[in-house]
Design a protein around this ligand. Structure first.
Ligand SMILES: *[C@@H]1O[C@H](CO)[C@@H](O)[C@H](O)[C@H]1NC(C)=O
Ligand SMILES: *[C@@H]1O[C@H](CO)[C@@H](O)[C@H](O)[C@H]1NC(C)=O
Ligand SMILES: *[C@@H]1O[C@H](CO)[C@@H](O)[C@H](O)[C@H]1NC(C)=O
Ligand SMILES: *[C@@H]1O[C@H](CO)[C@@H](O)[C@H](O)[C@H]1NC(C)=O
Ligand SMILES: *[C@@H]1O[C@H](CO)[C@@H](O)[C@H](O)[C@H]1NC(C)=O
Ligand SMILES: *[C@@H]1O[C@H](CO)[C@@H](O)[C@H](O)[C@H]1NC(C)=O
Length: 476
């Protein structure tokens, strides 16, 4: 057991950082200490370091950390490893007075956060590549911080997770006009997790990442441009006008890319209502030719345990009109350490609706189209998500995505079982299979007659499938 710390020390002191001195001296020198992701070798970040240096119009010293045990960044070594980089940079001729930035990819970004907070006084900023602040509010982070990721990152830093951090930025922006410049959250179209490095892609990255049609050199230039702009803005250089335009354009483009996701999430649960639950109910009723009108009042419950005790009602308000009340709740995947590489959007919408048969019995004047199932409502979620997706993503999914396979509803025997059972989402190498859990009771049933309950595919999960999970394993 004593061997491990000794071994660590030996490795740290033996490891020399990769040092990339700037091609020419000049004003406003800065340093960037780059920390690797898991399983990627430090030298695989050399091209990125050179590209950032090349894109920066003042001298940038780049030092790439070496020496993590098992090639795996970890909190035990982080402080010593970064000290070694700083020492190596100074030995190579870096001036004492430089603005120091920490940059880190993937797991490196998670590991480095605590260090950066503890050493904020001696640092100027943090750059997170395919990574994000975990359980730390963006507004409270003590330094400028750049989140830089891509729309095809298929792991932890997938766009649906980055959307949470971008939402924090949007909330800051009205009061802090500078936030998109000094706390930018940028998703670059077509960039994936492996675009930050060159050479072999380790299996742990390949397993989740989405292959991009974007050329690796072009992607690297895009990434380097954003890093250089961020450094210029943090240094508050007078010639930073182009940088300002670049990051403001990125802020708008990222917002436009994420807007459909936010809109679908709003439809799922907006305070005490769920617009999507009402949409699904209307779809299942399939009223024909506007023969009757129904007013649907949806109540959104905080969780399944409160949903369990709510019961639908239908009241005729005339010969051709009725009021219906329905209830729903949304479940989310468990991710306590904020590091899951799997889908991040809501995992199901549980909706207690009324059956078409019941409404037809209450409104005999009505005409109705064919009876619909929960499966049909899931198809509606997929169609809605695809229609809402950003144009590039829709085109990409239509060209190379695995179509989702919808299975007939699994009928639960009794209400409590319906509450307990989850929407069945089975992700495989050919895409996802989706099966709702349903209950439909007859109008003459002694127990809760005329109900139609569905565990529905959420439209945001359907969109995440279009953006990421439906593309996994497919060729660009
Ligand atoms: C350096 O930047 C120029 C544009 O400013 C670009 O054309 C060139 O490819 C870059 N070189 C490297 C090695 O990144
Ligand atoms: C940046 O520099 C300008 C003058 O060039 C100054 O007015 C401004 O306050 C500075 N901003 C920050 C955040 O230091
Ligand atoms: C970003 O969007 C805002 C609001 O639509 C607009 O006023 C601004 O000009 C846009 N900025 C850039 C750089 O495109
Ligand atoms: C039916 O719903 C409407 C609004 O949705 C409401 O104004 C009306 O009072 C309701 N009628 C009954 C009988 O509940
Ligand atoms: C229908 O009527 C019942 C009993 O009056 C009432 O509790 C319920 O809220 C009504 N539902 C709707 C949707 O108006
Ligand atoms: C709705 O109206 C059209 C045209 O009048 C008719 O062809 C169709 O059968 C009607 N649908 C139902 C379900 O009654």
């Amino acid at each position: 057991m004593l061997l491990l710390p000794l071994l660590l020390l030996a490795l740290v002191s033996a490891a020399r950082s990769i040092v990339l001195p700037p091609p020419a001296p000049g004003d406003n020198p800065a340093a960037m200490v780059l920390v690797q992701g898991a399983d990627v070798y430090p030298e695989q970040y050399k091209e990125l370091g050179l590209a950032i240096q090349n894109a920066t119009d003042s001298p940038l010293w780049v030092g790439i950390a070496e020496g993590f045990l098992n090639n795996f960044p970890n909190p035990l070594q982080i402080s010593a490893v970064i000290s070694t980089v700083m020492q190596d940079l100074k030995e190579a001729g870096m001036p004492e007075e430089v603005d120091v930035f920490i940059a880190a990819h993937s797991l490196g970004g998670v590991v480095v956060q605590g260090y950066v907070v503890s050493n904020a006084a001696s640092l100027r900023g943090l750059m997170l590549f395919g990574s994000y602040l975990t359980n730390r509010p963006l507004a409270e982070f003590p330094l400028p911080v750049l989140h830089l990721s891509g729309t095809l990152d298929g792991g932890q830093a997938r766009p649906t997770r980055m959307a949470d951090t971008y939402a924090e930025l949007m909330a800051m922006e009205p009061e802090h006009d500078w936030a998109p410049l000094l706390k930018p959250v940028i998703l670059l179209e077509g960039v994936d997790h492996a675009h930050f490095f060159t050479g072999d892609i380790p299996p742990s990255v390949a397993e989740h990442d989405i292959l991009s049609e974007l050329d690796a050199d072009a992607a690297r230039q895009m990434l380097a441009g954003r890093c250089a702009a961020f450094v210029a803005l943090v240094q508050n250089r007078t010639l930073a006008e182009d940088s300002r335009t670049m990051l403001r354009t990125d802020y708008n483009a990222t917002g436009a890319f994420l807007a459909p996701l936010y809109e679908l999430q709003r439809q799922e649960a907006d305070g005490e209502r769920s617009e999507w639950a009402a949409t699904a109910q209307r779809y299942l009723l399939n009223v024909a030719n506007e023969s009757v009108t129904v007013a649907i009042e949806s109540s959104h419950e905080p969780d399944l345990s409160t949903l369990e005790h709510q019961h639908t009602t239908v009241n005729a308000t005339g010969d051709t009109s009725a009021n219906i009340s329905i209830f729903s709740s949304v479940e989310h995947p468990l991710d306590p350490v904020d590091a899951s590489p799997n889908s991040h959007t809501s995992s199901e919408i549980a909706v207690k609706m009324v059956s078409q048969e019941l409404v037809a019995s209450v409104l005999p004047a009505g005409t109705f189209g064919p009876r619909r199932s929960c499966r049909d409502a899931n198809q509606l979620a997929l169609d809605t998500a695809l229609a809402a997706a950003p144009d590039t993503a829709r085109e990409r999914f239509s060209r190379r995505g695995h179509p989702a396979v919808l299975l007939d509803d699994h009928m639960a025997l009794i209400g409590p079982l319906w509450v307990q059972e989850r929407l069945r989402l089975t992700y495989g190498t050919d895409g996802v299979q989706v099966q709702s859990v349903a209950i439909e009771t007859a109008v003459d049933s002694p127990f809760f007659p005329g109900n139609h309950y569905c565990k529905l595919l959420s439209p945001s999960r359907a969109l995440e499938y279009v953006l990421i999970d439906g593309l996994r394993g497919t060729q660009p």
